[in-house]
Design a protein around this ligand. Structure first.
Ligand SMILES: [Fe+2]
Length: 373
């Protein structure tokens, strides 16, 4: 029996904590077509020790924040982790009502509901601790006419909603990596009121005995808003060799591994991003040799894209009877910026053509292809 919705309407914004905002701002604006629309006021910067930049594209809002003095929460985050996603904000109908529900469910608030002026209205937010280490969840609401802005910031450039070179629609899902999954699933179920969407476990021991590794993954979602978060844990044998444990080692704890952004046309989006300097993970050519057969075996209806069209751009495909999806994984930020401390977070671009799964068939297909190479 699922719990009543927390009144979540959609993801409101994501916040990354970084040493140096410049490469992040360049990556998201030049590479992915975001616009930098606001920056912390001098007073806010002095009070919080943090300089925050607000990036926007469509309904997506991303805050890139760097420390300006030692009192900053950003600095405390970076003492423990490389750069990465430190806060997920959910837009809710009424943050006080959400707080009441969260307290009944034994959530752990970090603070009381905070109310701040925003334009012609107010902005309210509540923060809770999560089992994702130092990633906080925020719940926000606002009655301001421009609710896409954030308090304590001044507008630096007018937002042009029509400028969207990658055809970005929304955040499709987030994926977190943890050492153990069940406390996270219990949190989503009992505190957040999420329901289970799908789960998958796979190991490649049978492909390369003694070498293969694996993972287990469960996706949970808020039925009312469609917000979805997948969580991965490592799988034995060779728990320590799992890419999930490797992430947790590099991140020095659990965290958000990737943000999947839905686009209208992935072929066009990849072309644009690549020509703007975004680096994508390479797909072994042999992945495409088996692609048509694999999709047919999964009951995927006719692909609306030629395999060559996908292969030349390194785009992956997966699906089921309901349709298919296309996805492309950008290299992680440490690779993009050629700085190890930029961290293991990466962006996925995804185009859904009927299929609502998460591309889990690609885990194994990619591993098989890499082994064949
Ligand atoms: Fe994903």
């Amino acid at each position: 029996m699922s719990r009543p919705s927390l009144g979540i309407q959609r993801l409101h914004s994501l916040e990354v904590s970084v040493y140096d905002a410049a490469p992040w701002l360049a990556y998201f604006s030049q590479g992915l077509g975001f616009q930098q629309i606001a920056v912390s006021t001098g007073t806010m910067m002095e009070t919080t020790g943090t300089r925050r930049y607000l990036l926007a594209c469509g309904d997506l809002r991303l805050v890139v924040q760097e420390a300006v003095h030692a009192g900053s929460a950003v600095r405390r985050y970076l003492e423990k982790h490389p750069e990465g996603l430190s806060r997920v904000n959910f837009l809710v109908q009424d943050v006080c009502q959400t707080e009441e529900q969260l307290l009944e469910r034994h959530a752990t608030p970090i603070d009381h509901v905070r109310e701040e002026p925003l334009g012609d209205g107010r902005f309210r937010q509540l923060t809770i601790a999560t089992p994702l280490g130092d990633v906080d969840f925020g719940f926000v609401d606002s009655d301001a006419s421009n609710a896409g802005l954030l308090p304590g910031m001044e507008v630096s450039a007018a937002f042009d909603a029509s400028f969207n070179p990658l055809g970005i629609r929304s955040i499709d899902h987030l994926t977190a990596n943890v050492r153990t999954l069940m406390p996270v699933i219990a949190f989503y179920e009992h505190v957040m009121g999420f329901t289970r969407q799908w789960d998958v476990a796979f190991h490649t021991e049978d492909i390369r005995p003694g070498i293969g590794s694996g993972l287990k993954s469960i996706a949970m979602g808020d039925a009312a808003s469609g917000v979805r978060i997948a969580t991965n844990e490592p799988l034995r044998p060779r728990f320590e060799q799992s890419q999930i444990q490797l992430y947790v080692d590099v991140n020095r704890g659990p965290g958000i591994q990737h943000v999947a952004i839905a686009v209208n046309d992935l072929v066009q989006a990849v072309e644009h991003a690549r020509s703007s300097g975004v680096q994508f993970m390479l797909t072994p050519p042999s992945y495409y040799e088996k692609l048509a057969g694999r999709l047919a075996a999964q009951g995927v209806p006719q692909l609306g894209h030629a395999v060559e069209e996908l292969a030349s751009r390194g785009i992956l495909a997966d699906g089921d009877k309901s349709g298919y999806l296309l996805q492309a994984f950008c290299q992680d930020q440490a690779v993009q910026f050629r700085r190890p401390h930029a961290g293991p977070l990466f962006i996925e671009l995804i185009q859904r053509c009927g299929c609502q799964r998460f591309g889990e068939g690609n885990f194994r297909a990619l591993f098989e292809a890499a082994q064949k190479e």
